[in-house]
Design a protein around this ligand. Structure first.
Ligand SMILES: *[C@@H]1O[C@H](CO)[C@@H](O)[C@H](O)[C@H]1NC(C)=O
Ligand SMILES: [Zn+2]
Length: 411
C-alpha cells in the first residue's frame, strides 16, 4: 500500500510539468494549393499537433510539433499527400533539457542563462538603484494572475523623444526578454561612442516581459506555453496577446477558437496585458516615435502591416532601412534575416501590437524581430547563443535608431 502511495505521489509530481519526450518537430513544404489547404485544415483542428510555423504559402516551410503517439497518423497524412517532410527536431524534450547550462557559469545577471521573471525584475531594481538619475521604474499594472508588468524608463536628457522596447508577449520565446534586457544593459554601460550617443539621444521605455503570467508558466509548468493565462470559462486557457490589439482585430491570421495558439481573445483588448500596454502607450503617445518588438523564431525583420499587403506611406524608407539593419546584424556571425512587411514576410496576421501602434498613432519607425534561429532549435535556442544573438540584434537596432535620430523632426 505504502509503495503504491509513493508511486502515486511521484507520478503527480512529474505530471505537474508538461513533458515533450520524443515529440518531433517536422518541417513540411507544401508545394501546391491542395497540400496547403490540407495543412490549413489540420491547423484548425490540430488534435494534439502544434504548429510552430503556420502554413501560409506554397513553398514556405511549415513546422509542426508531433507527439509520439500521433507519429503514425502524421506520417500517413504526409505520405498520402506526397508532402516533402524532414525531421527538424527529433526529441523536443532533449532540447528543453539542454537549452540551459547545467550550472550557471556566473551567479550574476550575465546573459549566460535564461532568467526567471523574478530575476529579471530584481535586475531592473538593481538598475534603478545604480542609475538613480537615469533609470526609473515603470509599471503597466497587473496581469490576469496579479503580477506586475514591469519595465523601466531610461532618460539621460530632458526633452528627448522616446523609443519603446517590447519583449516577451509570447511566453515561450525566451530569447526575446533576454535580448531586450541585454540591449537595455548596453544602453546604460556601453563604451562604444555610437551606442552611448544613442542612449543620450533618446528616452527608452523598456518592457522585457509584457506577458508575465505566460512567462512564469513557461518556466514552471509548460516550456512551450505561448499565450496569456486568462480563463474566460473556456476549456482552454489564454489568448494570443499579440492578436488581441484593437486594429483590424480578427481579420487575418488569428483564430476565434479558444484552444488555438493564435486565439485572438473574446474581444479586442480582452487580455488585460494587451489592454494595459495599449493604455500606457496611449498615455505617452506624443512622446515616442519608435516601437521595437521582439519575438522568435525565423530570423525576420518586419514592419507594418500584417492584415494586408498594402504598403504603408513610408514603405520604401522602412524597407531600405530594414535591409541596412539586417546587413549590420549579419556582420558578426553571418546571421541572415529576411526583411519586409509582416503580411508578405511571415504570414497574414492582425491585432498585433506593432500594427496597432502604427495604425492608431501613425508612428514612423516600428519594427518587429523574429530572432534566431531558423528552426534547428526553434523556440528552444540554447542559452549559449543569447549573447551572440543579442549583440547582432543590437547592431540592427543601432542602424534603426541612428536613422530615426537623423530623420525625425526636432520637436
Ligand atoms: C559571433 O560574433 C561575435 C562578434 O564578432 C564573436 O565574438 C563570436 O565569437 C561569434 N560567434 C560565433 C559562434 O562565431
Ligand atoms: Zn512571437
Amino acid at each position: 500500500m505504502l509503495k503504491f502511495v509513493c508511486l502515486l505521489v511521484l507520478s503527480t509530481a512529474f505530471a505537474d510539468r508538461a513533458t515533450y519526450s520524443n515529440y518531433q518537430v517536422r518541417r513540411v513544404f507544401p508545394e501546391n494549393q491542395e497540400q496547403l489547404e490540407v495543412l490549413s485544415e489540420l491547423e484548425k483542428n490540430p488534435n494534439g499537433l502544434s504548429f510552430w510555423l503556420r502554413p501560409f504559402r506554397v513553398q514556405k516551410a511549415v513546422d509542426i510539433m508531433v507527439p509520439p503517439h500521433m507519429l503514425p497518423q502524421f506520417n500517413e497524412i504526409v505520405a498520402s499527400l506526397n508532402l516533402k517532410s524532414e525531421v527538424y527536431i527529433s526529441n523536443v524534450q532533449h532540447l528543453i533539457d539542454t537549452e540551459r547550462p547545467k550550472v550557471r557559469p556566473r551567479a550574476d545577471f550575465g546573459w549566460t542563462d535564461y532568467y526567471t521573471l523574478e530575476e529579471i525584475y530584481a535586475w531592473l531594481d538593481s538598475l534603478v538603484e545604480e542609475y538613480p538619475n537615469a533609470v526609473t521604474p515603470v509599471s503597466l499594472g497587473r496581469s490576469y494572475e496579479g503580477r506586475e508588468i514591469r519595465g523601466v524608463k531610461v532618460s539621460f536628457r530632458k526633452g528627448n523623444r522616446a523609443v519603446i522596447l517590447e519583449g516577451g508577449i509570447h511566453a515561450r520565446e525566451w530569447i526575446a526578454p533576454a535580448t531586450v534586457t541585454y540591449i537595455l544593459n548596453k544602453l546604460l554601460t556601453s563604451q562604444d561612442p555610437v551606442i552611448a550617443d544613442l542612449a543620450q539621444s533618446f528616452d527608452y521605455y523598456v518592457f522585457p516581459s509584457v506577458n508575465p503570467d505566460g512567462y512564469v508558466y513557461s518556466h514552471t509548468t509548460d516550456r512551450m506555453w505561448r499565450k496569456t493565462r486568462s480563463q474566460g470559462g473556456n476549456r482552454c486557457y489564454g489568448a494570443d496577446a499579440n492578436r488581441n490589439f484593437d486594429f483590424h482585430w480578427m481579420e487575418a491570421g488569428a483564430s476565434s477558437s479558444a484552444c488555438s495558439e493564435t486565439y485572438a481573445g473574446s474581444s479586442p483588448f480582452s487580455e488585460v496585458e494587451a489592454r494595459l500596454l495599449s493604455n500606457f502607450l496611449t498615455s505617452i503617445s506624443d512622446e515616442f516615435d519608435v516601437y521595437l518588438a521582439f519575438h522568435s523564431y525565423s530570423q525576420l525583420l518586419m514592419f507594418p502591416y500584417g492584415h494586408n499587403s498594402d504598403p504603408v506611406s513610408n514603405y520604401d524608407e522602412l524597407l531600405s532601412l530594414g535591409r541596412r539593419a539586417a546587413a549590420a546584424l549579419a556582420q558578426n556571425n553571418g546571421t541572415e534575416y529576411d526583411v519586409g512587411n509582416i503580411h508578405d514576410t511571415i504570414y497574414p496576421t492582425s491585432g498585433v501590437s506593432m500594427d496597432w501602434v502604427r495604425g492608431v498613432f501613425d508612428k514612423p519607425y516600428t519594427f518587429t524581430w523574429e530572432l534566431r534561429d531558423k528552426g534547428t532549435y526553434g523556440f528552444l535556442l540554447p542559452a549559449s547563443q543569447i549573447i551572440d544573438t543579442a549583440e547582432e540584434t543590437l547592431n540592427s537596432v543601432v542602424v534603426i535608431l541612428q536613422h530615426a535620430k537623423e530623420n525625425l523632426p526636432r520637436k
